[in-house]
Write a protein that binds this ligand. Structure first.
Ligand SMILES: C[S@@+](CC[C@H](N)C(=O)[O-])C[C@H]1O[C@@H](n2cnc3c(N)ncnc32)[C@H](O)[C@@H]1O
Length: 181
């Protein structure tokens, strides 16, 4: 069921958030968090709820020209912002997706999913986690960080879709449990 939480925020709110995150990125470099997800050259990465693309850009640099980053967000301004940043950085390995859940990506095609600071915005997290489970390769990493949620490990684990493999500071790396949908 969709509620207000599955509706994109107002354009002005998105723009203000993007400005605030530009400041956040000066204090806390996106590459530091992206490194925790163990991204390698040639990887296919999904940055879900990518916003203005702070982590998308960093991930795109890490995967290089042989890899690709799918930048997905419910807000139409996100794609515009990410495309503008990619152009400025000379990155040609980013594809934007505007969605509230379904990515349209192939089953078992993604090496790393980044889900940073967005889980608290979901009305039905299970719906999104099922989509992550579908697109993630076996043994690949689903990396999540959300300071708005007290026990993110329990929230994800209770779905029975993923198991925790590593916790680095406040970032949790999960891998998918096979034979669950
Ligand atoms: C707080 S921002 C974080 C953006 C980015 N991950 C970062 O940390 O810089 C959360 C983002 O999630 C997006 N979002 C919220 N609900 C969503 C949904 N159901 N599907 C995709 N994106 C969603 C919002 O539009 C927003 O851009």
């Amino acid at each position: 069921m969709k509620t207000e939480r599955d509706i994109p925020m107002k354009a002005i709110s998105f723009k203000m958030m993007s400005m605030l995150f530009s400041l956040r990125d000066i204090v806390s470099k996106p590459v530091k968090k992206v490194n925790k997800a163990k991204i390698k050259e040639g990887y296919y990465v999904l940055d879900y709820g990518c916003g203005a693309g702070s982590y998308t850009i960093s991930a795109a640099k890490a995967v290089g020209v042989s890899g690709k980053v799918y930048a997905a967000d419910i807000h139409p301004l996100s794609a515009k912002k990410v495309q503008k940043k990619a152009l400025k950085e000379g990155l040609t390995n980013i594809e934007t997706i505007t969605t509230d859940c379904s990515t349209g990506l192939t089953d078992n095609s993604i090496d790393v999913i980044l889900c940073f600071d967005m889980f608290h915005m979901l009305n039905d997290p299970y719906r999104i986690l099922k989509e992550f489970h579908r697109v993630l390769k076996p043994d690949a990493i689903f990396s999540i960080d959300c300071h708005h949620i007290n026990d993110i490990e329990a929230e994800v684990a209770k779905t029975g879709l993923f198991k925790l493999i590593e916790k680095i500071d406040k970032t949790y790396n999960f891998t998918k449990i096979i034979n669950k949908t």
